[in-house]
Design a protein around this ligand. Sequence first.
Ligand code: PRT
Ligand code: MG
Length: 216
Amino acid sequence: MTIRIALSKGRIFEETAPLLKAAGIVVAEDPEVSRKLIIPTNRGDVSVIIVRASDVPTYVQYGAADLGVAGKDVLLEHGGTGLYQPLDLDIAKCRMMVAVPERFDYESAVRRGARLRVATKYLNTAREHFAAKGVHVDLIKLYGSMELAPLVGLADAIVDLVSSGNTLRANQLKAVEEIMPISARLIVNQAALKLKRGEIQPVIDAFRKAALREPA
Ligand code: PRT
Ligand code: MG
């Protein structure tokens, strides 16, 4: 039986490839260069498919891929139905933050009980965060470039991922609240794990060993 692993281009692929290599799986081509969506590996029974980051859980949920690597941000929005999440790979790390324009007094707006317009790609995460704080928000769904929204009057605040903080700084925004730390997880189709345990379990174990070996 063959195993298919779903990855997204960019940081997830770049940070997962060394873990795969440590697990004895060498991806034959660079997805940035080859444009192939199904990439063979050195193992005839293992292939990698390249999908959008937010689509990785969907491919694994429906069994189109047996395994995948997805950010916790993506998994929280997906909901995790049908997915076994055995491993935090501790890669593609960043923080889910609330950010506002440098001159906006977020604390006092919250204290006043102001109703805030918040633009984000992460509706579920944002909704839960503000509900737990008791802050009333109108959420505006965006698919990218959240940092622009407060600059042009679309929103008072954003919920987005921050790693270096350079994007916020370049757009005169400041982080005012950390919602949670984010890293990428290994996800596995639950049915595939039962049917192909002999093939999949060694890959999970190898990932675990490789992830533990990675320096923090
Ligand atoms: O780009 P695309 O729309 O195809 O999808 P995507 O943005 O979901 O994919 P990708 O490859 O950019 O991100 C994949 C995963 O990497 C995410 O799901 C996160 O789990 C993780 N990750 C880690 C990040 C970041 N760090 C990150 N900094 N994802 C996005 N960013 C963005 C952030 O949204 C913001 O626009 O980078 C910008 C901030 O970076 P700094 O360094 O300026 O703070
Ligand atoms: Mg991106």
